[in-house]
Design a protein around this ligand. Structure first.
Ligand SMILES: C[C@H](O)[C@H](O)CC(=O)C(=O)O
Ligand SMILES: [Mg+2]
Length: 394
């Protein structure tokens, strides 16, 4: 069957929300004194925007086929990503068959390896890869989940990340993941406040609701173990991303030393099958959490997920909205998924990439029917009211 070829690749940047969910303005729980690796410097402790967490912004990639069909991918790579797409990666797409996804991924990855391998380069590759899957789905008239083998269950179940697990419970979610507020630089007083926060939330949500702590790379091993030990009394289900993503040895040590029954999770800032191989072979965690926007896209997630499955581990993606949903619904070792509460007070469910995309599905009562995803490609489109910039277009 003759498929169209790729005739154009366009990369745009967007500010103020979209894929870069840290790119917020005004009060937002996601920027309210959250423990980070930069919190050792008092001047960067109150706000993550103060050290530039929102500096990248959103990248929008469009891949247009010779018949005019357009595949869309959005990720966090902003203007740097737009440069990489237009000045480097587009050569591996223009004139190619739209079905050459695997070969295009391989060429994008190895052509950028001398300056890439992880971080913003792999974010960018992920955005292009997502656009290619969207394009293929649209041309075949099938949802991406069908291209991946189809659903293994009828619906998705969600946990919510945000400052108000008590409200998340009322909204029907299976659990709530709190940001840890105080890091080691705030000493024993900060540790006490972290435990008080958890205890307060446990009292509000009762015993059967999952509570987790997201530590966003901010701790050291000793603090992580002490936090885990004290949190056990309040039924902490998992402790997430305690250490630097480079500290595989620390994670392996942490996993050996958390209280029995508490899970260790990490991986949202890890990338590619090789990065996740380290986490899995070194037995660093119980659940890996690749972000489809950052780990290498759908093409790489297929490999990462299979590797996790072979190691008997769960793969529960970080964020990534609809891009995660299409994947998670097709895999047995991804039994639930995440939504990051993008409302400033975490008091209502909003689409993950709002306001950038239209037709994004959202969970209702903490669940989403597989049938909601039954649209060609990823089933989302750009909101024409959002201003796009194309800094490196011809
Ligand atoms: C809440 C966390 O600090 C971060 O912003 C999001 C995250 O790591 C997660 O959802 O997981
Ligand atoms: Mg996290």
């Amino acid at each position: 069957m003759a498929m169209p070829t790729i005739k154009a690749v366009r990369a745009y940047t967007v500010r103020g929300g979209g894929a870069d969910y840290h790119d917020t303005q005004g009060y937002h729980w996601i920027d309210d004194h959250i423990a980070t690796p930069m919190a050792r410097y008092e001047e960067y402790r109150q706000s993550r925007r103060s050290f530039g967490i929102n500096v990248l912004g959103t990248l929008v990639v469009e891949v247009e086929a010779s018949d005019g069909t357009v595949g869309l991918g959005v990720t966090t790579a902003g203007e740097i990503g737009a440069f990489i797409v237009e000045k480097h990666l587009s050569r591996f797409l223009i004139g190619r068959q739209v079905t050459e996804i695997e070969k295009i991924w391989d060429q994008m990855y190895f052509a950028t390896q001398f300056y890439g391998r992880k971080g913003v380069v792999v974010n960018t590759i992920s955005g292009v890869d997502i656009a290619l899957w969207d394009l293929l789905g649209k041309l075949r008239g099938e949802p991406v989940h069908a291209l991946l083998g189809g659903p293994v269950r009828d619906e998705l179940q969600f946990y919510a990340t945000g400052a108000r697990p008590d409200l998340a419970k009322e909204m029907g979610f299976i659990g709530g993941k709190l940001p840890l507020l105080h890091g080691p630089a705030e000493g024993d007083e900060g540790l006490k406040k972290n435990i008080e926060k958890l205890a307060d939330m446990r009292a509000k949500v009762g015993d059967d609701f999952w509570l987790m702590y997201d530590c966003w790379m901010s701790l050291d091993l000793n603090y992580s173990i002490r936090l885990a030990q004290k949190a056990q009394e309040f039924g902490l289900k998992w402790i997430e991303e305690c250490l630097s993503p480079d500290d595989y040895w620390g994670y392996a040590d942490l996993k050996r030393n958390v209280p029995k029954g508490m899970l260790v999770t990490t991986g949202e800032h890890e990338a590619t099958r090789w990065g996740f191989r380290m986490l899995l072979e070194m037995d660093c965690c119980d659940i890996i959490q690749p972000d489809v926007n950052w780990c290498g896209g759908v093409t790489e997630l297929i490999k990462i997920s299979a590797l996790a499955d072979a190691h008997g581990k769960l793969m529960v993606p970080h964020g990534s909205g609809v891009y995660s949903y299409h994947f998670v619904i097709t895999r047995h070792n991804s039994p639930f998924t995440e939504i990051i509460m993008s409302a400033p007070n975490a008091d209502e469910v909003r689409p993950a990439f709002s306001p950038l995309l239209l037709d994004e599905p959202v969970p209702v009562n903490g669940r989403m029917k597989a049938s909601v995803l039954d649209k060609p490609g990823f089933g989302v489109r750009l909101n024409p009211e959002v201003e796009l910039h194309r800094p490196y277009g011809n």
